[in-house]
Ligand binder design. Sequence first.
Ligand code: ADP
Length: 311
Amino acid sequence: MILSVTMNPSVDISYPIQDFKLDDVNRVENVRKTAGGKGLNVARVIKQIGEDVLATGVIGGTIGDYIIQGLTKSDIGNHFFKINQESRNCIAILHDGKQTEILESGPILSAEEGAAFLEKYQELLSEVSLVTISGSLPSGLESGFYRQMVEIAWEKGISVIVDTSGEPLRQVLTHDVKPFAIKPNISELSQLLGIEVEESISSLKQLLTNELFHGIEWIVVSMGGTGAFVKNGGDFYKVTIPAINVVNPVGSGDATVAGLAVALKRKQSVPDILKTAMTTGMLNAMEAETGYIDREKFGQLFEMVEVIKID
Ligand code: ADP
């Protein structure tokens, strides 16, 4: 079983409004509300590939209940730590071909709540063989919180895939105990290194030998429609993908993490691990719904991904 962590989940609301009027009343019909948060997308895709998954994190209030109902309806096992505050809503207004987002920051957690979550997390680890941690930390928790989570799993011999950014990612990378895998995109990598990262093989190869990445088994730098550049142990790979019909790429990175987790758990070969991760990312981009893939298309796309080892 894979444990997927979302520390600050949300209900994602989309309002399609043809002629959005500022400072006026806007009425909306086809409202969509879904359980959101990067780790929940990861959990959904893992489930769709046919692997057992357990979703955890911190949740509260009626919004939290709605998220749990959504997961239960999709038959995704869940064990969240409950708090008294409300989980957040994230609103996307789709207007004039544009998307205006209003993102609540969510609850502010106390150090005690953080510690109580870690206890629950430790218990859940006895049921799983791999952990994915995705997205931002809620306010109130110190930026080294994910690094503690990686260490707790490491003590039990469980590998962790971390997909976050900014200071929490830096904290994870600068710790003695390393995550098993990370999946930054180019902008997250640029932010981390404080430079404008170029998408060339020579520059990526050089950047990934940076001391910051020492000891991390898998570094998958995802590059949207261009595929990925990867460091596994001491080896480098360029992964190219076919042209696809992109409908909505939001959540493709999460789907990639899901594919990576499942392939690692199944102990696939290096090329197959990368092909699986790229295929789930592409399949997500081909659908309107975030965190949804059409499994029927998996085999055909998988065969079209090319993994080239770089000397
Ligand atoms: P993130 O969502 O974290 O920014 P990416 O945009 O790099 O991640 O997407 C992750 C993966 O999803 C890519 O490596 C690729 O396999 C697939 N993907 C994303 N966008 C596209 C696209 N426009 N065309 C084809 N594949 C895509």
